[in-house]
Design a protein around this ligand. Sequence first.
Ligand SMILES: [Zn+2]
Length: 216
Amino acid sequence: MGVSRKFLNWYAKLAPARGYVPPPYEHVVQIGDPRLRKISETVPLDKIKTKEIQTVIQKLEYVLYKYGSVGMSAPQIGVNLRIIAMRHTSKQISQTAKESALHRGMTEVPFTVFINPQLKVVDYKKVIHTEGCESIRGFSADVPRYKEVQLTGLNQQGETTSRTFKDWAARIAQHEMDHLDGKLYTDIMDRKSLSCTCWEEVNLSQGRVVLPFTPE
Ligand SMILES: [Zn+2]
C-alpha cells in the first residue's frame, strides 16, 4: 500500500518548516505563482556587490544544486530580478543515455551566473526537443528553441561576461532567459506533447503516486 496523498499533505502541515519564509526561497515556485509571469527588473550595477544581491545569487546556486538542475532563474526562487544561473556537468550528462545526450547535443557547461543578461540569436535554426522545468514539476513537452545563442551580461563580481551556447546549452540559456520575461515553456510548446513524466508509474502503482515538490 502506498502512502496516501491526503496523509502526506496532512503530515506536511505538521512539519516545523510550515509557515511564511521571505524569498529568496530554498524551494522552486510553481506555475500559477504570479511571480513566474512578471517581467523581472534589471539589477542596478551599484547593487551587485551588496549582501542582498549576493544572497540571491548564493540561494540560486544552492537551489540549482539541491534540485540537480541545469538552470535556474531568480523568479523561480521568488525574486523578480534579472539573474540566472546555469551549469551542465559531465556527471549530469552521463545520467542521460549516451545516444540521447549525443542527439540533443549536450556539452559541459561550467557553473555560470548572468546578471542582466541579453540574448542574441546566432543560429536561427529551430530545434525541437523534450524539456522540463522545475516550476512545472512532473511534466515535460516538446519545445522548439534556436540552435545557437549568445548571452552577454555581468557575472557575480559585476564583470562583463559573454558566452556562446550551442544545442542543449543554447536551450538552457533560452529557457532561463524566458523566465526573466515571465514566459514558460508551456507558452511555446507543442501542446499535444505535454506529458506527465510519471504516467507509466501511475499505471504500475495503480495510481499510488505522490508528486514531490522538493528533491528526494
Ligand atoms: Zn524553468
